[in-house]
Design a binder for this molecule. Sequence first.
Ligand code: SAM
Length: 310
Amino acid sequence: MINEDHKKYSVEEFVAKFKLEPCVAELLKFIEKDNEMIKDLLINKYLQIPLSSKEEEDIREYFINNSVFSAATLANPATSVVTEFLYDPKASSPIDKYFFASKGGKAIHSRLIRVEENLHSLIEECLKNNKKVLVANLGGGLGRDIINVFAKYYKDNDSIKALNLDKDKNASKRGQRMAEAKGVLNKIDYVEGSFTRFKPKEKFDIILLVGVLCSLPPETCVWILNKIKPMLNKEGFIMASNATPQMLKEDPFTYMIMNIMGWSLIFKNEDELRAIFAKSGLKWQRSFTDDYGFHRMAIGTKNKSLFNHF
Ligand SMILES: C[S@@+](CC[C@H](N)C(=O)[O-])C[C@H]1O[C@@H](n2cnc3c(N)ncnc32)[C@H](O)[C@@H]1O
């Protein structure tokens, strides 16, 4: 417990004592005016004072009723609706605005930008040796990253194509509309299904796996990467992201709220990601992060070991 003296904090004292971001003060001030009990419960939760299940449910209900983002997260924490919400912030409720303003929210947006930059450089690298480049976006959601890169650099290049696979039919439908609006639908094949059962006709030069492994334990990540590895061309690249412990360190308040909404992550540092790649028979090439260091994207290739049968 980090509140052993059982002090009741004002919003100002709480934010100052725990060095929280100004947006946390704004959020708590807003909630205080509307429902003081919820503000107190949130502070108590942060202070690790045990809450009853009724009190936890009161917080949940308050957030669902006042924030589209929270309601979407509770309905399905791994849905692309949640990430899309942060990629293109439009909602106007004060609580939704908090998520856009938080470091955790901004890091998701920054991840998208860095993934797009690195996808572009990987495509250019592949183009040095190949006439054609085929990208797979697994658990790709709407495929916003490939849509943006294709629309920006390869609209008139018929050698670059992608397959966007997601088990969520609505994500695929929304993605197709987005790709059409940006003039690249002819370059992206939208497929509905699970990547664990996917048997592609062709192998891929680049595989993206962004926002998929974060909630999974290392053994499951290894299992998934082992399923995906045979889909990769001999010289192909895989880019896989995971949330880092930095998120918990630098934005614990947002993570606490998201956790109440059922969003729970298994943070992995670089060494843990390297170990996952090694156990999956992938050769670590390099990695990069978003601007906040909250997500690490690892890039690997197939190991050229004698025991690699794929
Ligand atoms: C957090 S979203 C990330 C979407 C996108 N990659 C991005 O970076 O914005 C995770 C996506 O993975 C999809 N997904 C999770 N498990 C899957 C599976 N086994 N097969 C296909 N899609 C899956 C979900 O439906 C969801 O759209």
